[in-house]
Ligand binder design. Structure first.
Ligand code: PFF
Length: 457
């Protein structure tokens, strides 16, 4: 996927370049589409009352997510290093200061913390593959499916083993570079999409489709708190993989002639489409089976197996679905690990393998907190709740929005118009809209929502 032909650029990435625009779009889409769309979006929409949350989330995706993503890609491509070095370099070059490197570091650390729990949930997905193959969902009712899940997460050894296995997979792929990923993304993403459509057909005919749709699209603003708005914003950043240096790291390998705007639009549309599709699959099933949409992180694991268990080719489809979900999680996880690994390779004399091993071990260790949140440490609650709830809240609702604010400030205020317009293809209307959103709307909106949610205004 990465080729080393970057002779037509002034500055060169140490890691080579994407072979084409499509390769970049697929890598970023692979990073964007993951557990956030299929696991997190439905459960958070469910917890925050549905319609109003979904509407606010969609607004944030286009008005905040899009300009931040464009900013992050343009910074990455201009610097062509790991996020920390890129921010230091451009900070100095654009007349600011090299202390901007701390913004790069914030992204790298956020990504590592997110991966620490992401890996645990991806481990749940992996565990569901053998459960699917052995037909454990066949004919099961809602109680049985719920018990299956609860028994699993209350077993620390099982959860930690799955987390360990997933981190090992991550290490295995990333230590070898990302060559095989293009193939994976090219075939697996369309396959996942196809399966989602099969499930959509099922939920369409399951009887409660209109109830599910109205839950998702009828905005009831009374059901949405400021905390919910903050959560929607954090989720928008999370599902688009922005504010973590991942897109910046991938942008560093983007050929100069590729249009950043087109790439960003493709990724945002694909990512949001898959999130909405997942909701359309899950909520009708929730209502058809008398389940609670506010169930929380367990939602997907307690709804989809139920449906697979009632389908004709359920064993087969369930197996494929969880395999694909695990792959989607893997392509996302690699994006979360790449910034830290790229940083370590560039700033120490450790090679890629050693750097990957160190970073993976650190993340694995942090992940134990989440792995134990549903069992041994389930009573250990502070601030937002369990360790998982705290790591998620702090990363998605505080670190990501903060990082997004500073990324837009850097791209739209600190960088010269010459530099940003060169990356964004001139001064046309798209550039003007980006500038307006990145200069004013995005940073102000993020700050206001953030301060509202924490009660400062
Ligand atoms: N966007 C991914 C998801 O929705 O599952 C999560 C993610 C992946 C975030 C990669 C950040 C990242 F760098």
């Amino acid at each position: 996927m990465l080729s080393s032909d970057n002779s037509n650029q002034e500055r060169q990435s140490l890691h080579g370049n994407w072979s084409s625009r499509l390769a970049f779009i697929m890598a970023v889409t692979g990073s964007a589409v993951g557990l956030g769309n299929i696991w997190k979006f439905p459960y958070m929409a469910g917890q925050n009352g549905g319609g109003a949350f979904v509407l606010v989330y969609l607004l944030f995706v286009f008005l905040i997510g899009m300009p931040v993503m464009m900013s992050e890609i343009l910074i990455g491509r201009r610097g062509r290093r790991n996020p920390v070095a890129t921010m230091a370099l451009l900070g100095e070059e654009e007349g600011g200061s090299k202390h901007w490197k701390w913004l790069g570091a914030l992204g790298v650390i956020t990504a590592m913390l997110i991966l620490s729990y992401y890996s645990v949930i991806a481990g749940w997905t992996l565990t569901y593959i053998p459960k699917a193959i052995s037909g454990q969902f066949t004919g099961a009712d809602a109680t049985l499916i719920a018990d299956l899940f609860d028994d699993f997460v209350s077993n620390p050894a099982a959860v930690i083993s799955a987390h360990t296995f997933f981190m090992f997979l991550n290490f295995f792929v990333i230590s070898r570079g990302v060559k095989g990923l293009e193939v994976a993304v090219k075939f697996l993403m369309p396959a996942l999409l196809f399966l989602l459509f099969v499930l959509l057909y099922y939920s369409l005919t399951s009887g409660s489709f209109s109830e599910g749709v109205s839950f998702m699209f009828t905005p009831n603003f009374a059901a949405l708190s400021w905390d919910g708005v903050l959560t929607a914003m954090g989720l928008a950043c999370f599902t688009l993989s922005i504010g973590m240096g991942a897109i910046m790291a991938y942008g560093a390998y983007l050929p100069q002639e590729t249009s950043i705007t087109n790439a960003a639009v493709s990724v945002v549309v694909a990512d949001t489409g898959i999130a909405v599709l997942s909701g359309l699959v899950i909520f009708p099933l929730v209502f058809a089976n008398g389940l609670n949409p506010g169930e929380g992180p367990d939602l997907v694991f307690k709804t989809l197996p139920l449906v697979f268990g009632q389908m004709q080719a359920g064993v087969f489809l369930a197996t494929i679905f969880f395999v694909l979900l695990a792959f989607a999680a893997l392509t996302s996880a690699l994006g979360l690990m790449e910034p830290a690994v790229a940083w370590m390779v560039e700033s120490t004399n450790y090679n890629r393998k050693k750097s990957s091993a160190i970073i993976a071990s650190l993340i694995w260790f942090f992940g134990l907190g989440t792995a134990l949140s549903d069992n041994l440490l389930s009573e250990f609650k502070f601030f937002q709740g369990t360790i998982y709830e705290n790591v998620d809240f702090i990363t998605s609702n505080i670190m990501l929005p903060m990082s997004a604010v500073f990324i837009t400030i850097f791209a739209a205020w600190v960088m010269s118009k010459n530099s940003s317009s060169e990356e964004l293809d001139g001064h046309g209307v798209v550039y003007k809209i980006w500038q307006l959103l990145a200069r004013y709307f995005a940073p102000i909106a993020i700050l206001v929502i953030f301060l509202q949610a924490i009660g400062w205004i």
